[in-house]
Write a protein that binds this ligand. Structure first.
Ligand SMILES: [Zn+2]
Length: 59
């Protein structure tokens, strides 16, 4: 079970709390990072099931 810690900085929450929506695995290594219209897009792939997870961040 993964609990959200209220002590965690909200800006770090996405990075730290990121889990695979399919299997819940927390091991999502970044495959590549891309900049797009001022956004940072990261494509990750779950180590466990191979599910692709795309996250977008605003600086
Ligand atoms: Zn997975």
């Amino acid at each position: 079970m993964v609990k959200d810690s209220p002590a965690v900085n909200p800006s770090m929450r996405e990075e730290r709390g990121l889990r695979c929506p399919k299997c819940g695995c927390g091991h999502l290594p970044v495959r590549y990072t891309r900049q797009q219209n001022g956004h940072i897009m990261r494509v990750r792939r779950c180590r466990h099931c191979g599910h692709r997870v795309v996250t977008r961040e605003r600086p």
